[in-house]
Design a protein around this ligand. Structure first.
Ligand SMILES: Cc1ncc(COP(=O)(O)O)c(C=O)c1O
Length: 244
């Protein structure tokens, strides 16, 4: 069972963990693990402050729980904040990073933890049918990405910020451009008199630009395959579809 914890832009605190602890009795699940997502997707790609990670880790330990960091975009957080991945990971029992997404691999992720934990994870992977022979060719792309595609995440962040600042001036578009820390831009289009689904369809059909809808707002994500010309095209498309 999972128990979602509310936070600010996807980031919760030690006090939030304390408040999410259930009474220990036969009716409640035993709480074993706290999981944090860095960067927080629905938080707009927000970076967990290091002190908050440490506080949550301390709270988790106090309650006899482990801490997992879903760091699918941890390296975005690293490049944007200047905080080394090792520092973010230091208080976590396990950490996940994605080699796909911003790092540009077609597939792949890495799970890190103690030798004992990884031994168990390996076994679970096999139990779920995850055995894969000849995986080296896939892993090679991951090694390449770690060697060549980490520092360039800064370009993705600059492009996301440029996109946000440009569409913030379009009538009917709402976006918190000053909150863009990494590679995600959530924005609202209801002020244009269209819903997100319509807006998204028109961006693709009329301009060849793909921006999806996540819940209510739309979400634009920058990554290895989006260059400056792509950002220019996306800005022009949003402006045209918004009608201004
Ligand atoms: C936060 C987060 N964690 C984990 C995953 C899983 O990654 P993968 O698709 O590489 O299994 C995703 C994928 O979208 C994600 O967004």
């Amino acid at each position: 069972m999972t128990r979602p914890v509310r936070g600010v832009r996807g980031i919760f605190t030690a006090a939030d963990v304390d408040a999410a602890i259930r009474p220990k009795n036969r009716h409640a699940p035993r709480q074993k693990l706290v999981s944090i997502e860095n960067t927080a997707n629905l938080g707009g790609g927000a970076i967990w402050p290091l002190e908050t990670v440490k506080g949550v880790a301390e709270a988790a330990r106090r309650h006899g729980m482990r801490l997992h960091m879903d760091g699918a975009r941890l390296l975005n957080a690293v490049v944007a904040s200047g905080i080394p991945a090792a520092d973010f990971a230091a208080d976590c029992d396990s950490v996940w990073i994605d080699l796909s997404k911003g790092l540009g691999c077609p597939v792949g992720g890495v799970l890190a933890g103690s030798a004992e934990f990884i031994e168990e994870a390996w076994r679970f992977k096999h139990q779920f049918g995850g055995a894969m022979r000849q995986a080296g060719i896939v892993a090679a792309a991951g090694v390449y990405a770690l060697e060549h595609h980490v520092d360039r995440l800064a370009d993705d962040h600059a492009r996301a910020r440029r996109f946000a600042e440009a569409i913030a001036t379009v009538k009917g578009i709402r976006v918190a451009a000053n909150e863009i820390e990494t590679n995600m831009v959530y924005f609202h289009v209801d002020g244009t008199g269209q819903d997100g689904a319509t807006f998204s369809r028109r961006l693709l059909a009329e301009h060849g630009v793909r921006i999806g809808v996540v819940g209510g707002p739309m979400r634009a994500v920058t990554h290895l395959d989006v260059d400056d010309a792509g950002i220019d095209a996306a800005i022009a498309a949003v402006r045209a579809v918004a009608g201004g």
